[in-house]
Design a protein around this ligand. Structure first.
Ligand code: CS2
Ligand code: MG
Length: 402
């Protein structure tokens, strides 16, 4: 089966998405997500200018060889742009292979290891009371696990709190919005939030929280310790993880489970974290970590150290990534949980998909491939909009981690 054409489709149904479509001489095509929030055009150019010319004429079934060619052949290995581009090719080729086999993608990975994919939803509020109520709404929708984020009194633009009705969409301006971060106020506030959540919803519901890279290792250790009475499912991105060893310091101070990895793009970003059991969940996902092929390597390493998967699934990852991730999640033996932020109605119309939600679980569906398509005519109605992610500074003006 020869690759005859490939093209990048950029669309913005409420937010930007970059999709790669690969066509073959059999008439079967596949699609992959290449969206990198705030840097979409970099990946689009990488694909159009440097990858697609190398795909034409190749055997679409040779997924591994094409992955190795694109990874080793780049010379300048790794990084979010390169690995998102490789991920899009990989995902599209797995889609093609599964369609050619007439099977849902998870069957090619090894079949189902569970009946459904447990997901967590995003509850947030401007006050503790609002957040408690929003968590309750998710529980009533059937969610077994809920992420809780809350505005901090006196701290403008706290991470994870929606401005309007829809989910929190951080890339909201052409140039980065600046927010001020106040660690003391945050460290003082978050335990109160989870005390109120446990008071209101009891000990059973699984709750998690995203620190979003804002703390130093010792501050993260202190927060993890302060949250132990409230038994979190995980504390996410407690500190920036370029220095993987930093998590040893956090581990020494708390038993609160740790999750990290949505910004990682290869196994090398998390090898020490996994091998030293410094984390409990690895958040790498299909679109930013080299596709199904590489994510499988990461999950297999993690399985040796009892680390479970907890793939990123924010609205800036397209339904194409979600669809492919759900096939991966249904198969992967050391599955932990899948993040699930609902996309807008416009987005779902551009990306018709087979996955369904029921009682806190998603299922990828049984159609051949990963079960997600793109309506190119509709996509063309939503031109790209230049948007960037916010930045954060400390109160003294020092640049910090958004
Ligand atoms: C967040 C993301 O969902 C999460 O865990 O960390 O929403 C993150 O802020 C965005 O993906 C950044 O584009
Ligand atoms: Mg996160």
């Amino acid at each position: 089966m020869r690759i005859t054409d490939a093209r990048v489709i950029i669309t913005c149904p409420g937010r930007n998405f970059v999709t790669l479509k690969i066509e073959t001489d059999s008439g079967i095509y596949g699609i992959g997500d290449a969206t990198l929030n705030g840097r979409e055009l970099a990946v689009a150019s990488y694909l159009t200018d440097h990858v697609i010319p190398n795909l034409i004429g190749r055997d679409a079934h040779r997924i591994e060889d094409i992955w190795q060619f694109l990874y080793r052949g780049a010379y300048w290995r790794r990084g979010p742009v390169t690995m998102s581009a490789i991920a899009a090719v990989d995902t599209a080729l797995w889609d093609i292979k599964a369609k050619a086999a007439g099977l849902p993608l998870y069957q090619l990975l090894g079949g189902a290891s569970r009946d459904g994919v447990m997901v967590y939803g995003h509850a947030n509020g401007k006050t503790i009371e609002e957040t408690v109520e929003e968590v309750g709404r998710y529980v009533s929708l059937g969610y077994k696990v809920v992420r809780a984020q809350c505005a901090i009194p006196g701290v403008e633009g706290t991470y994870g709190v929606a401005k309007g009705q829809m989910y929190y969409e951080p890339a909201s301006s052409e140039l980065p919005e600046e927010s001020v971060w106040n660690t003391p106020a945050y460290l003082n506030f978050v335990p109160k939030l989870f005390a109120a959540l446990r008071d209101a919803h009891g000990p059973e519901i699984e709750l998690l929280h995203d620190v979003h890279h804002r703390l130093t290792p010792i501050e993260a250790g202190a927060l993890g310790k302060a949250l132990e009475p409230y038994r979190l499912f995980w504390m996410e991105d407690a500190t920036p993880a370029e220095n993987q060893e930093a998590f040893r310091l956090i581990r020494q101070h708390t038993t609160t489970p740790l999750a990290v990895g949505e910004v990682f793009n290869t196994i090398h970003d998390c090898r020490e974290l996994i091998q030293n059991q410094l984390i409990d969940y690895i958040r790498t996902t299909v679109v930013h970590a080299g596709g199904i092929t590489h994510l499988r390597n990461i999950a297999n390493l993690a399985a040796l150290y009892q680390v479970r998967t907890g793939s990123h699934g924010a609205t800036d990852l397209s339904p194409v990534c979600m669809g492919a991730a759900l096939h991966f999640d249904l198969w992967v033996p050391n599955f932990g949980i899948q993040e699930y932020m609902l996309h807008s109605e416009e987005t779902d119309a551009v990306f018709p998909h087979a996955y369904t939600f029921s009682e806190g679980y998603l299922h990828p569906g049984e159609v051949p491939g990963h079960g997600v398509d793109i309506d190119e005519g509709l996509a063309a109605r939503y031109p790209y909009q230049s948007k960037q992610l916010p930045v954060a500074r400390l109160r003294d003006g020092t640049m910090w981690n958004w």
